[in-house]
Design a protein. Structure first.
Length: 173
């Protein structure tokens, strides 16, 4: 898990921003901080928040299934490994899976293919939902599909979650 605090925030405020890069996952209880997965195309961003413990977590999932990988990757890279790893990081900071509010964004069809058989975005969305369901979690809100990239943001203080689609204003989900 790699985190980096940035002095200028894409969250629209002077707060600290923890950027969640490709295949990464981050959990934080740092007051005033936000988590941000930038440039979600076919990737799925998972935002999870425990309102009682004020613990936020985010994963930037790139691919649906680790069992098809030729080499292991970081746990946040695959839907089936990202969910349990994210839950473990959040538990470590005092979160309870039973209290989590989970929202997802991304999963766009970024590249046209003959027949759409390589639609990684849709496959990622299905796999993330399945991994969350297997962990006993349900998705409260989603902004997935389409053909545009997105940015997903989650605030530690209050769990506010926003999505900005390329070329549009941020919306709270």
């Amino acid at each position: 898990m790699t985190t980096r605090l940035a002095p200028s925030s894409p969250l629209g405020s002077p707060r600290a921003t923890i950027k969640v890069g490709l295949g990464q996952l981050v959990a934080s209880n740092e007051r005033g901080a936000g988590l941000a997965a930038l440039g979600l195309g076919s990737c799925i961003g998972i935002a999870a928040y425990d309102p009682e413990a004020r613990v936020a977590g985010m994963a930037h999932v790139m691919l649906p299934d680790s069992t098809l990988a030729s080499a292991p990757g970081p746990p946040g890279k695959y839907a089936d490994t990202a969910v349990p790893a994210l839950l473990e990081e959040m538990r470590r900071l005092g979160a309870s899976p039973g209290r989590l509010v989970v929202k997802i964004a991304g999963g766009a069809q970024m590249f046209a293919t003959a027949g759409g058989t390589l639609n990684i975005g849709a496959r990622n969305a299905v796999s993330v939902r399945a991994a969350l369901a297997a962990a006993g979690l349900r998705v409260r809100a989603a902004e997935t599909g389409g053909t545009s990239g997105r940015t997903l943001e989650l605030w530690v203080d209050d769990g506010r979650t926003t999505v900005r689609v390329v070329g549009r204003e941020s919306v709270e989900i």
